[in-house]
Structures are given as structure tokens and as C-alpha cells.
Design a protein around this ligand. Structure first.
Ligand code: GLN
Length: 232
């Protein structure tokens, strides 16, 4: 049985545009795997919450400064982040890939990035990965706050490539976002829901219990299938 309603409305930070995990549908409603999971878990565990689409880096910073109670934003569980945050059980496997404009036939590997600009998203694993190989391959990083701006920079040709999470880029490419993926997936963390370290432990417990229940009931699979179809 679900725990009694504590009466509190948790404030949950998320990214602005990170389909299929969070994005606005035609009516402006925030939908996606993260949004549906949160909704189903809150229903299962009988708690109220409010979504704040702050952008990824801003959401993580808001969590660090206790301005939000939790973050669900395709956020990778990493050792570095575990110093500051507590993470739920993971709910999705990820990894970082490189994408270029679909009309570009010259960039095939990291070696081809020499002397070029590469778009990245501030505060992400994609950013850290790009930064870690930038001097080896001789490219310059151009940071953006959200994935849309980062993709636009590649499409307009200012940057030749970008690094983002595989499930998000693969979804975008399938939706004809003007990009194509040209590298193998680099290892990356799995996604988890985060709270401040030692904070909001009751919320974390509810999230984990709810997630376990959704996995057992098949609702978790249904949510993935809704957005990923047979790729789920
Ligand atoms: N998974 C990546 C990270 O945690 C990117 C998340 C995002 O851009 N929303 O760094």
C-alpha cells in the first residue's frame, strides 16, 4: 500500500528540451519518459509534485542550492555527482555519441575535428567527454544551455559536430532533426532521479518503491514503448 500523503508538493527540476525524456507536446504540456515516469510514480506513491523546466545545468544547480526537491532530466548517475546528490535506482541506460549535419560527408571520426568547433551542452556528460578529448584531437568547444541550441549550431554550420546522449540523438535523428550520428557510443552513466545528498530521503524512497512497482506491473515498459516504439 502507498504511504499516506504527506501534504507536501515536491518541486522537481527538469530540462527544457530533451526528447524523448522531456519535451512539450503541441499543447505545451511537458511529456516524455521522465515526465510519464514521475506522474505514474507520484500516483502509485500518493504524492504531489510540480515540474520546473529550468534547463539541465540550471536544474542541477537548483538542486545543489536546495531550490528544488529533486531532478529528473535524463541525468546520468556519475561518481562525481554522487558526492553532491543521492540517486535512485537507474531507469535507463545511456552513453554519449557524436552527431554532425546530415549533409556533411567529411566528418567521420574524432580525427576529422581538428581545427573545428564542436557544440556541447553545459554541465553534461557530453560536455565532459568532448572536453576530455578536445586537446588530443585539436578542436574547440562551444557551449550552449540546451540541446536545441546546440543542434542549431551544427545545422547552421558554425560547429561541425555536437556530443549528446545516444537515446536523445537517436530519437532526434529518427524525427528528422537534420543531424546524423557518426560514432560508436562512448560509455556513460545510466539515468537516475536525484535529490540533494541526505535530503528528501522520503521522496527518494517513494521514487524507488514506485519505480519497482511500475516495473513489476508492466507500466514502466508501456511508458518506454509509448516513446520508443519497438526500440524500447
Ligand atoms: N545525461 C547527461 C548528463 O547527465 C545529459 C542530461 C541532459 O542533457 N538533460 O550529463
Amino acid at each position: 500500500a502507498a504511504a499516506p500523503d504527506s501534504g507536501k508538493t515536491y518541486v522537481i527540476g527538469t530540462d527544457i528540451t530533451f526528447a524523448p525524456f522531456e519535451f512539450q507536446d503541441v499543447s505545451g504540456k511537458f511529456v516524455g519518459i521522465d515526465m510519464d515516469l514521475m506522474e505514474a510514480i507520484a500516483k502509485d506513491q500518493n504524492f504531489k509534485y510540480e515540474i520546473k523546466p529550468l534547463g539541465f545545468n540550471a536544474a542541477v544547480q537548483a538542486l545543489e542550492s536546495n531550490q528544488v526537491d529533486g531532478v529528473i532530466a535524463g541525468m546520468s548517475i556519475t561518481d562525481e555527482r554522487k558526492q553532491k546528490f543521492d540517486f535512485s535506482e537507474s531507469y535507463f541506460e545511456s552513453g554519449v555519441v557524436m552527431a554532425i549535419s546530415k549533409n556533411n560527408d567529411t566528418i567521420k571520426s574524432y580525427e576529422d575535428l581538428k581545427g573545428k568547433k564542436v557544440a556541447v551542452k553545459t554541465g553534461t556528460e557530453g560536455y565532459s567527454f568532448a572536453e576530455s578529448i578536445a586537446s588530443k584531437y585539436g578542436f574547440t568547444i562551444v557551449p550552449f544551455d540546451d540541446s536545441m541550441q546546440m543542434y542549431d549550431d551544427v545545422k547552421t554550420g558554425n560547429s561541425v559536430a555536437c556530443f549528446d546522449d545516444y537515446p536523445v540523438l537517436a530519437y532526434g535523428v529518427n524525427q528528422n532533426n537534420g543531424l546524423k550520428i557518426v560514432t560508436e557510443k562512448e560509455a556513460g552513466g545510466s539515468y537516475g532521479f536525484a535529490v540533494g545528498k541526505g535530503k528528501n530521503q522520503e521522496l527518494m524512497q517513494k521514487f524507488n518503491t514506485g519505480l519497482t512497482n511500475l516495473k513489476a506491473s508492466g507500466e514502466y515498459d508501456q511508458i518506454l514503448e509509448k516513446y520508443l516504439g519497438e526500440n524500447a
